[in-house]
Design a protein around this ligand. Structure first.
Ligand code: FE2
Length: 268
């Protein structure tokens, strides 16, 4: 069934039409029982219902990949993705889901890059994107050569929630060599809106002013503590970068990245 549409002047002029669910979420923990996201199928469905209610029409799910080989985990998660898709379709939910991962920067990621068993987030220009996470304390040692090593293999790393990293909070310019090497930055929308505390909020605002933020995402885990919403952060971003650029960060650019999973988004 065709999705209902409404006029939206922001996404391309007064005559352009945009979906009722404009957001494409590139960071969502909605598969049950696989990480610190929902613990049951009912909670997973409720999380997706709330995401759709908050305007998220497409989501690339990003369960954690930490400390274990990738291939077996991808296979296990893929079967859960199929079940979730079937469940959401049965509920008539206007939300599409695909599978990627949030990959800890560890030896197992290094191994997966060599074997090609990676949970791709999408594509950025001519490279495949993988969502990575660092520790909340500091940037990894020798990270610039690691980024260059990935890019030499056609892989573009996107860092989840850089605003949480203490070293970045204390010295924003510590990220400059990484951004210069091509690291993409994904900021939690709720961090901009203040939902992740004052240090993360201030850092996310500074990243935005620096022009380093590639996309916003929800990083939702549940309905209360980390809920599935992007709009509050987009509104804050719009105050700094303007309405059009805020939609680029929250909807249009994520759509282009995720079009690998959702071909219908390729027209964005
Ligand atoms: Fe996450």
């Amino acid at each position: 069934m065709a999705e209902p549409r409404r006029q939206n002047k922001v996404l391309g002029g007064a005559t352009a039409l945009a979906p009722l669910h404009p957001f494409v979420d590139l960071h969502l923990h909605a598969l049950p029982g696989v990480d610190n996201g929902p613990t049951s199928w009912s909670a997973a469905v409720e999380l997706c219902v709330q995401a759709a209610h908050n305007g998220i029409g497409h989501a690339v799910l990003t369960p954690h990949f930490r400390g274990k080989p990738y291939a077996e985990r991808i296979a296990r998660l893929s079967s859960r993705l199929i079940r979730l898709r079937e469940t959401l379709a049965d509920r008539g939910l206007a939300m599409q889901v695909a599978l990627a991962g949030e990959c800890r920067f560890d030896a197992f990621l290094h191994q997966a890059i060599q074997t090609g068993d990676l949970p791709w987030l999408g594509r950025w220009q001519d490279e495949y994107v993988v969502l990575v996470e660092f520790s909340d304390a500091r940037l990894p040692a020798k990270i610039v050569p690691a980024i260059e090593w990935m890019r030499a293999r056609g892989i573009r790393p996107m860092l989840a929630h850089p605003e949480r990293i203490r070293e970045v909070q204390l010295r924003l310019q510590s990220l400059a060599p990484l951004v210069g090497a091509g690291l993409l930055l994904q900021v939690d929308a709720d961090a901009l809106a203040g939902g992740c505390g004052p240090f993360a909020q201030e850092t996310s605002l500074r990243l935005l002013r620096e022009g380093w933020v590639t996309v916003l995402a929800s990083n939702a885990h549940d309905l209360v503590r980390q809920p599935p919403r992007i709009e509050p952060g987009r509104v804050v971003a719009a105050e700094i970068v303007g309405e059009a650029a805020s939609w680029e960060l929250a909807a249009l650019r994520p759509a282009r990245i995720a079009a690998m999973h959702f071909p219908a988004l390729a027209a964005n």
